[in-house]
Design a protein around this ligand. Structure first.
Ligand code: SF4
Length: 181
C-alpha cells in the first residue's frame, strides 16, 4: 500500500512527464491528468496522449484523460490569436487547463495538484504558480508551486525521453504556436 500523499499532476506531453513525474514520485503518489484541448491538430493530440500513456506504464502511475474540447479552446483564445508565445493567449490557455485540473482534483478528493508545464524554458514558473494558486483557491485544493526547469530539468527531460525513444514535439501545441518563435 502506498502511504504517500496523492497529487494530481497536469501532464502536457510525454517527455516532460517522464522527468517531472519521476521527480514527484519520490514524495507523492502521482495521478496524471492529460487535459490539453489546446493541442492541434487532433492527430498530434492523440500522438502526445499515446506517448504519455507509455510514460504512465513505464513509471507505474494512473493516467486520466480529460475531454478534448478543442472548439471551446478556440473560442476562449480567438481574440488573442496574434499574440506572441508567452503572451495573453498563453495565460488564458494555462488558466483554462489549470482550472480544469483543480476541478478534477476536487472531484477526485485529491487535496493537492500541480502542472509539469514549468519545465519548459518558454513558460514562466511565476506566472504558472500564480494561476495555479488562483485555481486552487477557487476549488479549495492546494496548488504545489514549482519550477521544474531548475536543476537542468529541461535538459534532463530531453535526455531521458531520448533514452526511452519518446516522440518529442517541436511546437508548444496550438496551431498558433506552429509559426517560428
Ligand atoms: S503557445 Fe502553448 S501555451 Fe500558448 S496558447 Fe498555444 S498551446 Fe497554449
Amino acid at each position: 500500500m502506498n502511504d504517500k500523499a496523492k497529487i494530481l499532476a497536469h501532464l502536457c506531453c510525454a517527455p516532460d512527464a517522464l522527468y517531472v513525474v519521476g521527480l514527484l514520485q519520490a514524495d507523492y503518489e502521482v495521478v496524471g491528468y492529460f487535459y490539453n484541448p489546446n493541442i492541434h491538430p487532433e492527430s498530434e493530440y492523440l500522438l502526445r496522449l499515446e506517448e504519455t500513456r507509455k510514460v504512465a506504464q513505464h513509471l507505474g502511475f494512473q493516467l486520466l484523460k480529460g475531454p478534448y474540447e478543442a472548439d471551446y479552446w478556440f473560442k476562449l483564445t480567438e481574440k488573442f490569436k496574434s499574440e506572441p508565445e508567452r503572451g495573453r493567449r498563453c495565460h488564458i490557455c494555462y488558466a483554462w487547463r489549470l482550472d480544469k485540473t483543480a476541478e478534477k482534483a476536487r472531484q477526485l478528493n485529491i487535496p493537492l495538484f500541480t502542472t509539469i508545464m514549468s519545465i519548459s524554458p518558454w513558460k514562466s514558473a511565476a506566472v504558472l504558480n500564480k494561476i495555479g494558486r488562483m485555481a486552487g483557491e477557487k476549488y479549495k485544493v492546494e496548488y504545489l508551486e514549482a519550477d521544474f526547469k531548475k536543476k537542468d530539468g529541461f535538459k534532463k527531460s530531453v535526455l531521458l525521453s531520448r533514452q526511452l525513444g519518446l516522440y518529442r514535439q517541436d511546437y508548444c501545441g496550438c496551431l498558433y504556436s506552429l509559426r517560428p518563435r
